[in-house]
Design a protein around this ligand. Structure first.
Ligand code: NAD
Ligand code: AKB
Length: 310
């Protein structure tokens, strides 16, 4: 039975990943960790600052885990506001977590992002192997992070694995300061006010994915036969290529009076324009069977149902 330490467990992904992993592997086998803990949070948990190498190592050793899932990071928009802090957290935290994995012989997962690509990357059906010259601090961290995970695999034999996530859409924990956050906010505002003002301009396409597909991808990749993993640290995965008006169209099938307006934020718009429209995820499909279940309509129906209950 696997035993897992999750860093950044209070975030958009971590809060749902920990629950899903506990259903799959048992509550006592999944240790959440973060800088803080939500009231009422149940199950094993450690306060761990990932910039403190000893703290990650001690938590992993104390709970005798065999896997680290490293999620603690600053996302693109926040990172652009504080680039040096982003470097220290995104790169410092990553190397600390990798060092714990190396020393304790642990399997390792960390997500990369569509943010690893840049304005000179082919935008449509972006290949698995292509030009990667991002123009954001977040993107620089993500490309460097992919390479660092490769290095720990080749140099030390650490079983590192990772995916390049699209923007993730979910209804449990709000996103933490990315460029794709509008695609979550639009659902909350549709439910509350039947109107949304988008900071991303019309006709700006980005890759998006519903959280259940994102979580299944982690479990599937971590359980995959290592002999088949050629692109082990940076699989393109893709589900929904959409612009703000596509979300509005899908929402209007449930809330016909929904209105979409625009008030573009130049910083996040520039980041969005530097990212691909959609990724080619054939390597992930071939090497470990990745397949997204949710398209924009299926996701929208589920999001609105879940938010209504909430
Ligand atoms: P998030 O911002 O929602 O959560 C990050 C968590 O890290 C927070 O709970 C925060 O408290 C914690 N954290 C911050 N500093 C820390 C520190 N020093 N020590 C320990 N914990 C700290 O992020 P997320 O959306 O859950 O993203 C997780 C990972 O997935 C990141 O690497 C991110 O780049 C990647 N990713 C996310 C998306 C997305 O759309 N959410 C898309 C692509 C990639
Ligand atoms: C962000 O917008 O920063 C994230 C991501 C795509 O990495 N959602």
């Amino acid at each position: 039975m696997r035993k897992i330490l999750v860093t950044g467990a209070m975030g958009q992904i971590g809060s749902e990943l920990v629950s899903q992993l506990r259903e799959y592997y048992g509550t006592s086998n999944v240790i959440g960790s973060d800088l803080w803990k939500k009231d009422g949070e149940e199950g094993p948990f450690e306060i761990v600052d990932v910039t403190d190498e000893k703290a990650i190592h001690d938590a992993a050793k104390k709970h005798k885990v065999d896997t680290i899932m490293h999620l603690a990071a600053l996302l693109s928009a926040k990172a652009e506001a504080v680039p040096k802090i982003a470097w220290d957290l995104n790169m410092g935290g990553l190397i600390n977590a990798l060092e714990a994995a190396r020393d304790l012989d642990l399997q390792f997962f960390t997500p990369s992002s569509i943010g690893a690509f840049g304005p000179t990357t082919p935008k449509k059906n972006t290949p698995q192997k292509t030009i990667m010259r991002p123009t954001t601090m977040y993107g620089v961290n993500k490309v460097a992070g992919e390479l660092l995970c490769d290095y720990y695999y080749y140099r030390y034999g650490v079983d590192t694995r990772g995916v390049r996530y699209p923007g993730l859409i979910s209804h449990v924990t709000p996103p933490g300061g990315g460029t794709t956050d509008y695609a979550v906010e639009i659902y909350y505002e549709a439910m509350k006010h039947k109107t949304y003002t988008s900071y991303i301009a019309q006709n700006t396409y980005m890759d998006m994915m519903y959280m259940p597909d994102a979580l299944n991808a982690i479990i599937q990749l971590m359980e995959a036969d290592p002999g088949k993993l050629v692109h082990r640290n940076a699989y393109n995965i893709s589900a929904i290529s959409a612009a703000p008006e596509d979300f509005a169209k899908a929402i209007r099938k449930h809330i016909p009076e929904f209105e979409l307006a625009y008030d573009v934020d130049p910083v996040r718009q520039q980041i969005a324009e530097s990212w691909p429209d959609n990724l080619d995820s054939s390597a992930a499909a071939e090497e470990w069977g990745f397949k997204a279940e949710y398209d924009i309509d299926k996701m929208t129906a589920d999001m609105l149902t879940k938010l209504q209950v909430k």
